[in-house]
Design a protein around this ligand. Structure first.
Ligand code: UD1
Length: 429
């Protein structure tokens, strides 16, 4: 298993290209199941999760073609993926594949919408608490699917196709909204989604579906209306930049000090996080090339933050913010409201000398003068990167073990940091 060795204490100076968003690329790839034609996705990040989803799609008989580097491509240019689901040979997504990545459960909606049936294993995925799928199932039932759960599998039937309906989510759910959008696009009649998730990745999926011929209005607001169509076409769509990667590197710069341009980052995708980072003492400016983050001299100021659905502070940046606050001049409070068990990084940060007390869903962080390097273990994707941020500022050497979690969501993390002057090295084996 690979490890990452970091020697802390260097400021980050330079520029970091922001990759396409993992959380948009995965549902977009899954949307290819809705059409017989080819869906061409550009700016797809080179990540382990993309490779895994490719395997899952291959299992359904989908052709996936990844373009290699072309002359003139910059080292970080995203890849173009051509996906053709002209012939779906198997509507089952087996446990062995779905258990490796939670998002693959979302194949349920396009498969039942287009093929009239699907059998998909209940998911596994990140170890961040119970992550139910009841609302995804509720959404499909509202559109007329008959659903049974048997032997760890969800079996969905709609032999005569789905029909439009009212879907009122009792809780904001990104996965539920993706499911509803994909299913309703091919249902007969009108679907109204109330209390829809407003995340940028939802808007990106709706944009792509509309290019494929869907009739979706209101994506980005809480009420989305979908006029079902009988068939969707191919399309070409570029994945939006990764707001979580952008926020992560912005916090890394706030942590170490320095000056970095986050190339291609879009401020409107993470305004609440940028506001928090500014409040913590970093300077943020938006240019036509991206977002520039710097911190000179002044220390890190404490903040009180609660995670919320978009446009609030994202749960996917909670671990990174805790890492940043470990060195604040004062006490911070960070409350997690989306997932009930998303504090695994706290114990590992404590190994670096952080002072964090947990009380239910709130972490109280008493800033310390300095962190000190130590061996630590990555536990989930965002927790892992919080350890990297802390290690970049810690005195001495930190070895982050089990970095396969990082490879699921951060493209060439060590290269991007090294280019800004950090001492980071991957040790294979
Ligand atoms: C969530 C985050 C998303 C993040 C992703 C990966 C929110 C609203 N969603 O999306 O930003 O990128 O994790 O970390 O911040 N729920 C149910 N039943 C369901 C589905 C969800 O009760 O059927 C609950 C979940 O337990 C959770 C909340 O609804 O408390 C939001 O879940 P959801 O948005 O669906 O999760 P993801 O799609 O994984």
């Amino acid at each position: 298993m690979d490890r990452i060795r970091i020697v802390g204490g260097k400021q980050l100076i330079g520029s970091i290209p922001i990759s396409g968003a993992k959380n948009a690329a995965l549902p977009l790839m899954i949307a290819s199941l809705l059409t017989e034609d080819t869906l061409v996705l550009e700016n797809v990040p080179r990540l382990a999760d993309v490779g895994l989803l490719q395997r899952i799609l291959l299992n359904h008989g989908v052709d996936v073609m990844l373009s290699g580097k072309r002359p003139g491509d910059a080292p970080y240019d995203g890849q173009t993926v051509k996906i053709s689901a002209s012939n779906i040979v198997d509507t089952t997504a087996p446990y062995e594949l779905v258990s490796k990545m939670r998002a693959s459960f979302w194949v349920l909606a396009p498969l039942v919408a287009r093929m009239g049936q699907a059998k998909v294993s209940l998911p596994g995925g990140c170890a961040i608490g119970t992550r139910p799928v009841d609302l995804l199932i509720m959404a499909l039932r509202q559109l007329g699917a008959k659903i049974d759960i048997d032997g760890g599998y969800v079996l969905a039937y709609a032999p005569n196709g789905l029909r439009g309906g009212e879907i009122n989510f009792p809780k904001v759910t990104v996965g539920g909204t993706h499911t509803a959008l994909m299913a309703a696009s091919l249902a007969s009649g009108t679907t109204v989604i109330e209390n829809a998730a407003r995340e940028p990745e939802i808007v990106d999926l709706a944009d792509c579906l509309n290019k494929m011929g869907a009739k979706i209005t209101g994506a980005g607001a809480s009420r989305i209306v979908i006029e079902g169509v009988s068939k969707l076409n191919g399309a070409r769509h570029a994945v939006l930049p990764d707001r979580i990667e952008t926020g992560t590197y912005a916090m890394a710069v706030a942590m170490t000090g320095g000056d970095v341009l986050l190339e291609g980052g879009r401020a409107e995708l993470l305004q609440s996080a940028l506001d928090t980072i500014e409040q913590a003492g970093a300077k943020i400016s938006v240019t036509n090339k991206g977002i520039r983050v710097s911190r000179n001299g002044a220390g890190i100021a404490p903040v009180d933050v609660t995670t919320e659905p978009f446009p609030g502070f994202p749960t996917d940046l909670q671990a990174q913010l805790i890492a940043l606050m470990t060195c604040a001049k004062g006490t911070s409070r960070i409350t997690e409201t989306i997932f009930e068990n998303r504090f695994m990084h706290v114990q590992e940060l404590a190994r670096l000398g952080a002072q964090i007390a947990l009380d239910g869903q709130t972490a109280t962080i008493a800033g310390v003068e300095k962190l000190k390097g130590a061996p630590v273990m990555a536990t989930d994707l965002r927790a892992s990167v919080s350890l990297v941020i802390a290690a970049l500022a810690a005195e001495g050497e930190t070895m982050v073990n089990r970095v396969y979690h990082l490879d699921r969501g951060f493209e060439r993390l060590e290269d991007k940091l090294v280019a800004c002057g950090a001492t980071v090295e991957r040790i294979s084996g």
